[in-house]
Design a protein around this ligand. Structure first.
Ligand code: SF4
Ligand code: SF4
Length: 516
């Protein structure tokens, strides 16, 4: 460049005096991605750029919260005799068109987020309703991770520049749920196909009448045959040099032999000292068959146990049936003695847990020597056991208990959307009945006595007159949804007793409203 050009206000170099030039035209081709994310100009999530998730039946997705947009055709993990027709983890990350569409929307200012609105419905919905989502939780952690975040930013910028991503850095979080659903617990809110014990319980004669879980949630799903899982192990070990953390999800990974095989294979690659291993676990056991988890811990850079807990003491034992609080605490204490172990708690806010979840938060705070952090989210289904379905009187009492936790308060402020708490209580009574006479026998009202006044056992409401004489003890929803009333409506079109009842109940509701 000639000297003349340099002094005549060529791009970005106008001399301003005092040794300075005009830099306003510098970096024009670089977008400030971080600022755009922080300002909310783009709705960005790191998962499509660094997370590889496979669900129980092998479907590939950007994360565990994402909705499956595919018809379980091409977007299912390759294994066994289906290897040729399906995708490997690597193919999915590099070439999946839906994943690229999500990436594009997440990096475009003013995008209509058409694909994200569907695939990321759960985060979109939870952010709007409760101000807390998986996206927000992981963005908070990852954008403060000095090692991982620059790598995520690099890959996002690579995508912005070339419309594609490549394998360069150690960036992946691989979440493996494709090893089956073997589990040793029977947590009341767990979607049955996620646990082998739940599948048995929910398919049993005793639970036939329950009205909380849909048939789809209880349907047997196709699991990869055990032999073919070696293909999945190969795909993961191939990616080992790019794995930042590896998360093992069940069922219960500590009772699943293939996970131990996966760890052995990763250790053989020599990459384990650079990998953080995460177990999403109920931590009820630390040994299975010939395997002891303690033998694997020192091999990895960091070993994290994210323990699923929804309560302490008898509330834990009730919600997570077949587990024992004292045993869980013992196991957490034991693993936390290893220098490279972190123990975190991951809770779910549901119909029962919200009644005492504040006790778990307190316990975690008091046990900072064992617990590194506690996180939680509202369950997304089944709708009938979400926290908002609790009776209004209990929700009103609970709201002040969660001062400072607006996401929990918001779910308690939400209407029940027409769902009756009676379905949840009926289900829990059947559940208790299933465990009668076993070593896990427990009774709902011994653990949560405040629920008893809201339970209307079907046998006590035999005649319509009983409703009318005892009207103030019932909720309009429960009575209208009650099978007896439904029958009466069907048979008589409109029974005089029912309309009397409704009038009387409306009167009481109006009086109560006036008193408030
Ligand atoms: S926005 Fe939510 S659902 Fe979508 S990829 Fe991120 S974490 Fe998953
Ligand atoms: S431990 Fe996990 S997989 Fe097992 S029943 Fe409980 S929630 Fe379901």
């Amino acid at each position: 460049m000639s000297k003349k050009h340099m002094t005549q206000g060529g791009p970005g170099d106008k001399f301003l005096g005092d040794g300075k030039v005009d830099t306003s035209k510098w970096f024009q081709r670089t977008r400030n991605l971080e600022q755009e994310i922080k300002n909310g100009d783009i709705w960005f999530c790191s998962a499509p750029f660094q997370l590889l998730y496979t669900n129980t039946s092998g479907t590939l997705a950007p994360c565990s919260w994402a909705e499956d947009i595919h018809d379980r055709g091409p977007n299912v993990l390759a294994y066994g005799d289906k290897f040729e027709k399906r995708k490997t983890l690597k193919d999915y990350y590099l070439h999946d068109p839906t994943l690229n569409k999500i990436r594009e929307e997440m990096t475009t200012v003013g995008s209509d987020l058409e694909t994200c609105n569907y695939v990321c419905y759960n985060c979109r919905h939870q952010e709007e309703k409760y101000g807390r989502s998986r996206r927000q939780a992981s963005m908070k952690i990852q954008t403060n991770d000095k090692i991982l975040w620059p790598r995520i930013r690099n890959v996002a910028e690579e995508f912005l520049a070339d419309g594609r991503v490549s394998l360069k850095d150690r960036i992946f979080e691989v979440q493996v749920k494709a090893f089956g659903n073997k589990c040793n617990l029977d947590c009341y809110m767990c979607i049955p196909f996620d646990s082998s014990v739940r599948m048995k319980t929910m398919g049993s004669e005793e639970l036939k009448e329950e009205n909380v879980f849909s048939d789809g949630m209880k349907k047997k799903i196709e699991l990869p045959p055990t032999g073919s899982l070696d293909d999945v192990i190969d795909q993961i070990t191939e990616l080992a040099p790019y794995i930042y953390n590896l998360k093992l999800i069940g069922g219960e990974p500590l009772v699943m032999p293939k996970f131990y095989k996966l760890l052995e294979e990763i250790i053989k690659t020599g990459e384990a000292p650079h990998i953080m291993l995460k177990y999403q676990t109920n931590i009820t056991t630390l040994a299975f068959d010939k395997h002891k988890i303690a033998e694997f811990i020192p091999e990895f850079e960091l070993f994290e146990f994210t323990v699923s807990l929804d309560g302490i003491e008898k509330e834990n034992d009730y919600i997570r049936r077949r587990s024992s609080w004292s045993n869980i605490v013992h196991n957490m204490q034991y693993v936390s003695m290893f220098p490279n172990v972190h123990v975190n708690i991951n809770g779910t806010i549901s119909f029962l847990s919200v009644l005492r979840f504040y006790r778990l938060i307190e316990w975690a705070n008091d046990n900072g020597d064992i617990i590194k952090q506690i996180n939680w989210s509202n369950i997304r289904g089944p709708k009938r056991i979400c926290a908002n379905v609790l009776p209004q009187k209990l929700k009103d009492k609970l709201i002040p208990m969660y001062e400072g936790y607006p996401d929990i308060q918001n779910v308690l402020k939400e209407s029940n959307h027409g769902h009756s708490h009676q379905d949840a209580l009926d289900y829990l009574m059947l559940f208790d009945n299933k465990y009668k006479g076993t070593k896990w026998e427990m009774n709902l009202f011994d653990v949560y006595p405040e629920l008893e006044e809201f339970y209307n056992p079907p046998k006590e409401v035999k005649r319509d007159e009983d409703f009318v004489s005892d009207v103030e003890n019932y909720d309009i929803q429960d009575v209208i949804l009650h099978p007896k009333i439904q029958d009466a409506i069907k048979e008589q079109n409109e029974s005089p007793e029912l309309s009397n009842y409704i009038k009387e109940h409306d009167k009481i509701l109006a009086e109560n409203k006036n008193e408030r």
